[in-house]
Ligand binder design. Sequence first.
Ligand code: ADP
Ligand code: MG
Length: 141
Amino acid sequence: MGAKERTLSIIKPDATRRDLTGKINAKFEDAGLHIVAQKRLHLTEEQAGKFYEVHKERPFFKDLVDFMISGPVVVQVLEGEDAVALNRKVMGATNPANADPGTIRKEYAESIEANSVHGSDSLDNAKKEIAFFFSETEIVG
Ligand code: ADP
Ligand code: MG
């Protein structure tokens, strides 16, 4: 049995625009990831830039920030056994062309940028990213 973890998920603007929130949430729940916090936000440029600060030297940074503020997002905390790695598996590879069948990105992503979901890549980053959007009292497991 893996350890119970929490990870941060974001349903990105390409997915909210196509009303895929419910279908994406079903993928999480079917995989055993419990949605223990969720809110719909329109990120500011400052918030998106700060959230993706680790990528600020990457050539796609400006486009990524513009994309992330192009419409509403749904930020969520997912809880379950090995939630960080399990969520990455349910999401699929960054580039939908490389994503496994049945994954969210394979089924729903439009491109390597507009790839429908964000998920924390380590337990340490998950803790930081959850704290970026949620207070402890907003997370109900
Ligand atoms: P992941 O979201 O799978 O953890 P990264 O952390 O490497 O991927 O990148 C963050 C986000 O930046 C990606 O989800 C995607 O939206 C965007 N991105 C990554 N690589 C590229 C690229 N080569 N061109 C455009 N956008 C990209
Ligand atoms: Mg990442």
